[in-house]
Design a protein around this ligand. Structure first.
Ligand SMILES: Cc1cc2nc3c(=O)[nH]c(=O)nc-3n(C[C@H](O)[C@H](O)[C@H](O)COP(=O)(O)O)c2cc1C
Length: 393
């Protein structure tokens, strides 16, 4: 089996992750909602743009650093929040956060993480965001906010596209739902990956670490916690609640899950300092646009009043450069670093970030652009009329 050093692209890391994980666990990372149309469009949408290079420019030194919501990052790529990362490798979030810090970029910890706010806070001095929802129990929400503040998180990231869970059919077929079922298929599948089981079983039980001890009258087991979290999604949440949360936090605040210019404007009006253009990696509502498709109109609407960040479908450095040329301040990615985590723990996440960093730098040099801040509309062209690049994505 090829080692990490043989993984030269995010796609190579994905192949390695697939070989190491039980099928159901790989599907849990990989899957999207219903027919996975939006999930595929997130990646293929980048193929609708081509890069326009300049020649004979001195690119002996290039700058990849930028600033997002007042924080300097060395690479315009932020690690998206992903729940229960210890499912993919026994170290989970404990492997991801230090790798992000080494790269000099932001790690966003999910509310549904398998390592707690405080443990990650104490583990690294790297820049960190905490991802949150407006749950039914507002006291619990306030408690999470104060815990994030106390543990030194720089910003909050409010996810607004989970009124309820999307219909992820791979998980349903695999018996992975809010109440996991040990189906014969799941057991057989798991038996083929003894290494993954060995590591999982010799590490502490998988938990929703941020709600441990917070579920009234119940144990802290994963199944109970998952049902509790599911019951906390509140369909009555509105802009007033988001505004309430911005006031509670009183600091850098991004809203994740925005797909229209109108909603982006509203985010800024209620005081958000970041707008994350995202469809949750195609895992929530299917048939919504890919972030790259709506990015230009959202950049236009926000008009510099907040940082616009693109989340979803980024698999190449060139994807990041296209998003920046269309006006994003930075990108976010989830699956790319999870492939790395599953492929090789902390070293695998390092590898995923190094691959993307190398591609950003190399492509910037080849485009004749010495600084990411100089990327603009002249470096990118839509090629819709020709039906996009012939592409394997
Ligand atoms: C396994 C997995 C778990 C996720 N968990 C969360 C989560 O807890 N909170 C959240 O806001 N987004 C979550 N997301 C969505 C990511 O933050 C991000 O929007 C998505 O992965 C971007 O698409 P990409 O995977 O193509 O980069 C999750 C995504 C994946 C793949």
């Amino acid at each position: 089996m090829a080692g990490l050093a043989d993984c030269h692209s995010i796609s190579d890391l994905k192949d390695r992750a697939k070989r190491r994980l039980p099928r159901a666990v790989f599907d849990f990372i990989e899957g999207g909602a219903e027919d996975e149309v939006s999930m595929r469009a997130n990646e293929s949408g980048f193929g609708h743009y081509e890069l326009i290079p300049r020649t004979l420019v001195d690119v002996s030194r290039v700058n990849l650093a930028t600033e997002v919501m007042g924080q300097r990052i060395e690479l315009p790529l932020i690690l998206s929040p992903t729940g229960l990362s210890r499912t993919f490798h026994f170290q989970g979030e404990r492997a991801v956060a230090p790798a992000a810090a080494r790269m000099g970029t932001i790690y966003s910890l999910s509310t549904a993480s398998s390592v707690s706010i405080e443990d990650i806070g104490a583990l690294t001095d790297g820049p960190k965001w905490f991802q949150i929802y407006v749950w039914r129990d507002r006291d619990l929400v306030k408690d999470l906010i104060e815990r994030a503040r106390g543990a030194g998180y720089h910003a909050l990231c409010l996810t607004v596209d989970v009124q309820m869970m999307g219909k992820r059919e791979r998980d349903l077929r695999n018996g992975l739902s809010v109440q996991p079922k040990l189906t014969p298929r799941l057991l057989l599948d798991a038996a083929r990956r003894p290494g993954w089981w060995f590591n999982l079983l010799r590490s502490p039980p998988l938990q929703m670490a941020n709600v441990v001890g917070k579920i009234p009258g119940a144990d802290d087991g994963l199944s109970t916690a998952a049902q509790f979290v599911d019951s906390q999604f509140d369909r009555s949440v509105t802009w007033d609640d988001a505004e309430w949360m911005i006031r509670q936090w009183n600091g850098p605040f991004a809203i994740k899950g925005i797909l229209t210019a109108e909603d982006a404007r509203r985010c800024v009006d209620i005081g958000a300092t970041g707008v994350i253009v995202s469809n949750h990696g195609g895992r929530q509502l299917d048939h919504v646009p890919a972030p790259i498709e709506v990015l230009p109109e959202i950049v236009d609407a926000v008009d510099g009043r907040a940082d616009v960040i693109l989340d979803g479908g980024v698999r190449r450095g060139s994807d990041i450069l296209k998003a920046l040329a269309l006006g994003a301040k930075a990108c976010m990615a989830g699956r790319p670093y999870l492939y790395g985590l599953a492929a090789g723990g902390e070293a695998g996440v390092d590898r995923a970030l190094a691959v993307l960093r190398d591609e950003v730098e190399r492509n910037l040099i080849l485009m004749g652009v010495p600084d990411v801040a100089e990327l603009g509309p002249r470096h990118v062209r839509r090629i819709e009329e020709r039906g996009g690049f012939p592409s394997n994505r």
